[in-house]
Every structure is written in C-alpha cells, then in structure tokens.
Design a protein around this ligand. Sequence first.
Ligand code: SF4
Length: 464
Amino acid sequence: MPPITILEDRKKQIIKKGYDSAEISCEKKSLAGSISQRACVFCGSRVVLYPVADALHLVHGPIGCASYTWDIRGALSSGPELHRMSFSTDLSETDIIYGGEKKLEAALLELIRDYSPNAAFVYSTCIVGIIGDDVEAVCKRVAQKTNIPVLPVHSEGFKGTKKDGYKAACDALFQLIELDRKHKPRADIKPIPLTINILGEFNIGGETWMIKAYYKQMGIRVLSVMTGDGRVKEIQSAHRASLNVVQCSGSLTHLARQMEAEYGIPHMRVSYFGIEDTADALYDVASFFMDTPEIMKKTKRLVEKEIKGILPELAQLKAELTGKRAAIYVGGAFKAFSLIKALRHLGVDVVLVGSQTGNPDDYRRLKKMCDPGTVILDDANPLELAKYVMEKDAHLFIGGVKERPIAYKLGIGFCDHNHERKIPLTGFEGMLNFAREVNETVNSPVWDLVPSRNRPEKGLKGKV
Ligand code: SF4
C-alpha cells in the first residue's frame, strides 16, 4: 500500500495526543472528496426512528435511499415487526419533474389501509428537498383521513451531517408526544412516581430487555424506550415520566432537552457499556430516587451480584488479551469513552480512537482519557483509518459495518459495535460477551494464515 497523504483540509481533524497541542477541529460538514464514513442526514434520522416497531416507515425518495437503509439496525421487537419493512415512494424522473406529493399521499393511504400501523413516519430525502414537495401538508391531510399520527421527518440528506438527522428524528418523536400531551393543560400533567424513559437505546441484540430487567429489579418502572422495541402509545406517554435517562447522547439529547424545557422532566447521560459505566448508570438513577431508599439498597445488591458472576471469566480473558492494541471508530464519542474503559479492564491498549459526530467537549474528554501517542480522528475516511491502524500496529478494530472491510483487508480482528451484531454487549452480561468476542477475534489462529500488511512474517507473504 503506497503512503497516504492526508488532505490539507482534513489535517485539523486528526491529532496525536502528546504531539499536537491544538484542539481537534470538529462539528463540520464532511469535506467533499474525502469519502467520509459518516452517513447522511436521512440515514441519521432513519436509524433513530427505525426500532419503533408498530409504526409505518415510508421513505419519500428514489428507491436507493430505502434500500440503503432497509432493516438497517436489525433491532429486535417483542411484538410487531412492521419496522423491518422499507417502504418507498420510488420517485422517478416524471415525479421529479411534476412533483411527488400525489404519489406520496396515495402510498400513505394504501400502506395505512393494508398494514394498520399506529403511526407513520415520512422521511424526506435529498431529491424531495430539491423539488420542494410539501411533505408536511400531505402528512396533515393523511392524518385527518386516517386518524393516526402521520409525522414528517425533515431529513433531506444533503442539508447537514448525520447529527442533523438525529435532530430531525427527535423533532418527529417530540411531535408524536405532543399530539397526546396537547389534550391536557401542562399543569394537569402529573409525573408518575418512580418512572423513567430510556432514550437512545435501540435493542439491536436484546439490550433494551436486559436494561429494563435491571430497572425492574431496582423497583423502577420504564414508561417508554426511545426507540428500542418501541411502541407508539408508550412513546406518547413519555411526558409523564419522572426522569429521562439518555444513553446514546449524540442522538437523543436534543429530545431530552426539549422534554426538560416543555414538561420539566430532568435528564441524565449514562452508558450501559462496561462494568464501571453500567454500575455508575444504575447508581446515578437510584440516587435520583433517593426519597425511596429501598431503590439504592436493591441497586447495590444487583450490582454486587452481577459483578461477582462475571469477574472470574473476565480475569481469564484479560490474561489472554493483555498487551493487545485496539483501534476504535464509532458514531458518538460517548460510546468511545465506555469502550476505552472496558478495553483497559481487559488489558488492551487503545491506540486510535475517533467518532463521526463528537463535539469539542467530547474530544477534550477523549484526549484526557487516552494514552500519549493515541491518534484521535473526527469524521475520518477509510484511507486515514487504514493508515493509522497500520502505523499504530493495531490487532483489533472496533467499529460498524463500514469499518469491517478495512479491518479484514488489513488482516486484523474486527468487533462490531454497531448495527450488525446479534449479541448484546450491554450491561454486566454484555461486558462478558464483549470480552469473549474480542478474545475470539484477536487471538483467532486465522490471523496466522491471512496476509497481514503489518506482519509480513505471518500469512501469505508477498500477496498483500
Ligand atoms: S437522502 Fe440523499 S444522501 Fe441520503 S441516501 Fe438518499 S440520496 Fe443518498
């Protein structure tokens, strides 16, 4: 592989701890020509709303936008599975010239008739923003005709970054909650004691059920989850919770802030990944309900029992993994914080870390957490990731679907921490699953057989 030159306009978005004193540049639109790993605005909103399982999800745009995000999260549902369909208005040249509103209205009426969803989300894509269809007006008309909430998601792909897509999804969820809340004066909304909403949890491998089980053992009722195993009615009741607990802070903090401003529901950021962060999350929530001391007692018992159950095997796995090096590239930086802590627990050094949507505070915290020499990247492209993974001689890459081929082409292990996995990595049990997976991939004998760019003494020499 020939040496890679970093594009001039990208240089400020890459720093090496201990070598670069300047702050990393972030929260910028992706550089044209850089082939960012980031998804578009539409994809950002689609991944947040996707797990609402009893809603219709209609992508207003060309068929490619729908196929790109078809079953994108694979999120599990304990009931309906309408979310797994990727309906599209399949806009073509004629619609683009004459407008797609009639087609959209007809598609919505047909789908609502055939599938009887409890709500519908209509996603605007790039071309809809260009031709100027009035999606909002169509949604209003269809909502009146069908008597279900029909919500426009203003997610035209070109209008910003994936983060703007998260915001568009939050706005749609807020509208959904408001439809229920509007019937009552705000003063009449009494929070239900000892209840929470879980925000930013998507039930990819059954995590929502694991977290709910923890809260049940603590004596706390989960009123709604946004959006893992999500249901329209539960989301509409979210304004009655006592607390919003936000996991994927990049995606749902905007909604938590809206709910705090409108309904006075406080929110806290947590992570359920790794032993430390899961324990902290549960203790923080228990502390919020200090007026009911029984909750803290139950939480302590739960945490002690869970940790005791996994520590012996974790110690064995640590012995296998100590000294290995990992690269991390994830969507939100909050996940990266937890991953660094969890990998340290396993004796693994993090040599590269980056995110698609981190903000200046996130990167300051990342820099503080990392060891000297760690490469930190914002909104990276595949060539940059490959360059630094090789330079830092990582044994493992942790990322999502777009990072997997980079890892395999370089002949190193990969661990999916995004949409494609089927094993839950959340909570105490999830930490054990994660440690097992890291060990299986890093210490797999397959790496002795495949071409490895950094270790040519191994594998098929000369074939790289
Ligand atoms: S919305 Fe635009 S950028 Fe996103 S998938 Fe569709 S065409 Fe591509």
